[in-house]
Design a protein around this ligand. Structure first.
Ligand SMILES: *Cc1c(COP(=O)(O)O)cnc(C)c1O
Length: 380
C-alpha cells in the first residue's frame, strides 16, 4: 500500500464515491519496477507484456521510459501505438494469430512475430513478407504458480525446422523465445530453458542460420503472501545462465515482464457483503465480497494466486474463512480448499484491501456478468 493510494482511497470515501470495488494503480511503482528491470538486466531490452494491464496511463508511462511492447492482438498493437510506441518497438508475440490480423499488423508497421510451427510461419510469410520471426520453445514451467502449460511452443528440435522453414519462406529467422511460467519463484528456471535455446542456436548455426536474439519471456513474480527474490537476483541468475550456455557469444536478449511490472502497483478496495455459516456448528465462516472471479480475481482459479488481504481489524483474533465473490455462479469462490484467515470480528460493510492486484485483474473482469459492472480502475 503506497501513501498515494491510501490518500486516493481516503479522499474517495470522504466524497462518498466509494461505491463498488475499485482498483487503484500507483504509476510511481510501475516506474520504479521498469527502472529495476532496466538496471538488473542492462543489456536486455524490455518488452512489457501489454495483457497484464493495458491501461493507457501504464502504456504511455512505459513508452516514455523507453519500453518496448509485447502484444497479442491487433487491438493491443493499436493501444501500444496510441501510447506513443513506434512499430519497431512492438512485437506480435502471440503464436496463435489469424492471417488477416498479421496482415493488419504488417500494415501498421510491425516486423517482429512469434511462431511455434510451420503453418503459422506460412501465415506470417504470406501476410508479413520479409519480417523477423522468433520460434517459441516449450518450457516445463516447474516452480511457477501460474504455469502456461503446453499451449505455446514446440520441442527445441522442431524449432530448428520451423526456423529453417521461415528462412526458405523469405522470412528472417531471428531467434528463440520461451516463457518459464508466470509468477516463477525460482530464479534458476531460466537456466534449463537457456540450455535448450543455446542448442537451437547451435543447430541453426550448423544449418547456416545465424540467430541473433533470445526472448527470455516473462515470469518475474510479484510479492503476494510469500516472499519472492528481487529483480536483481533474477538478473544475476539469468546473466550467469547466459554466460554458461552461450560463453562469450551472448546474443541480443529481451524480456517480457507483465506481472512483475505492474502487479505490486495495484490495490483493490472491496466491501464485505455477507458473513454467514452453513450450520450453527460450522466453525468455518463464509465471507462474501463484492468482487470475485468474474470481477477481476480470475487468477484465484484453482486457488493458484493467493492475494494478501488487509482489513482494519487485523489486530483481532483470526480464523479461517471460505472467501467468495458476489455472483450467482458456484464457481465464484476464491479460497475454499485452503480457507483464508480473516479477523473473527469482520463485519458486513467492512472494507478489505486486496494487495498485489495491478496485473491480470481489470481486463479479466467480465463486462456485466450477473449485472455487476466491470472493475472500476484509476491509475494515479
Ligand atoms: C503473458 C505473457 C508474458 C508476461 O508474463 P508474466 O509472467 O506476467 O511476466 C510474457 N510473454 C508472453 C509471450 C506472454 O504471453
Amino acid at each position: 500500500m503506497t501513501e498515494r493510494i491510501r490518500e486516493f482511497l481516503r479522499d474517495r470515501r470522504e466524497r462518498g464515491l466509494d461505491e463498488g470495488p475499485v482498483l487503484v494503480v500507483d504509476l510511481d511503482v510501475v516506474k520504479d519496477n521498469y527502472t529495476a528491470f532496466a538496471k538488473a538486466l542492462p543489456d536486455t531490452r524490455v518488452f512489457y507484456a501489454v495483457k497484464a494491464n493495458p491501461a493507457p496511463e501504464v502504456l504511455s508511462l512505459l513508452a516514455k521510459l523507453g519500453s518496448c511492447f509485447d502484444t497479442a492482438s491487433v487491438q493491443e498493437i493499436e493501444m501500444a501505438l496510441a501510447a506513443g510506441a513506434t512499430p519497431d518497438r512492438i512485437s506480435f508475440g502471440n503464436t496463435i494469430k489469424k492471417e488477416r490480423d498479421i496482415a493488419r499488423a504488417f500494415a501498421l508497421g510491425i516486423r517482429l512475430y512469434a511462431v511455434d510451427c510451420k503453418p503459422e510461419v506460412d501465415k506470417v510469410a504470406r501476410a508479413a513478407p520479409g519480417s523477423r520471426v522468433f520460434c517459441r520453445i516449450l518450457s516445463d514451467c516447474a516452480g511457477a504458480e501460474w504455469p502456461l502449460s503446453r499451449k505455446f511452443g514446440c520441442e527445441p528440435g522442431m524449432a530448428v525446422d520451423v526456423l529453417e522453414h521461415a528462412l526458405k519462406s523469405g522470412l528472417e529467422p531471428h531467434g528463440v523465445s520461451f516463457h518459464v511460467g508466470s509468477q516463477q519463484r525460482n530464479q534458476h528456471a531460466w537456466d534449463r530453458a537457456l540450455a535448450s535455446a543455446a542448442a537451437v542456436f547451435k543447430e541453426c548455426g550448423e544449418r547456416g542460420m545465424n540467430l541473433a536474439m533470445v526472448n527470455l519471456g516473462g515470469g518475474f513474480p510479484t510479492k503476494y503472501l510469500k516472499n519472492v527474490p528481487s529483480v536483481k537476483t533474477y538478473g544475476t541468475a539469468i546473466f550467469k545462465a547466459l554466460r554458461k550456455h552461450f560463453g562469450n557469444q551472448i546474443p541480443e536478449t529481451i524480456i517480457e515482464p507483465g506481472r512483475g511490472m505492474v502487479g505490486n502497483a495495484g490495490i483493490i478496495e472491496s466491501e464485505v457483503v455477507l458473513v454467514s455459516k452453513k450450520s450453527e456448528e460450522d466453525d468455518v465462516r463464509w465471507v462474501y465480497l463484492d468482487i470475485g472471479k468474474f470481477g477481476g480475481l480470475a487468477e484465484t482459479m484453482d486457488e493458484s494466486i493467493r492475494y494478501p488481504i488487509k482489513t482494519q481489524r487485523d489486530r483481532d483474533a483470526m480464523a479461517p474463512c471460505v472467501l467468495a465473490g458476489p455472483t450467482c455462479d458456484s464457481a465464484d469462490v476464491l479460497y475454499e480448499k485452503q480457507p483464508y484467515p480473516l479477523p473473527v470480528s469482520l463485519e458486513i460493510g467492512d472494507r478489505v484491501l486486496i494487495e498485489g492486484t495491478g496485473a491480470y485483474t481489470s481486463t479479466y473482469s467480465a463486462v456485466a456478468f450477473n449485472g455487476f459492472p466491470p472493475l472500476k480502475t484509476y491509475h494515479i
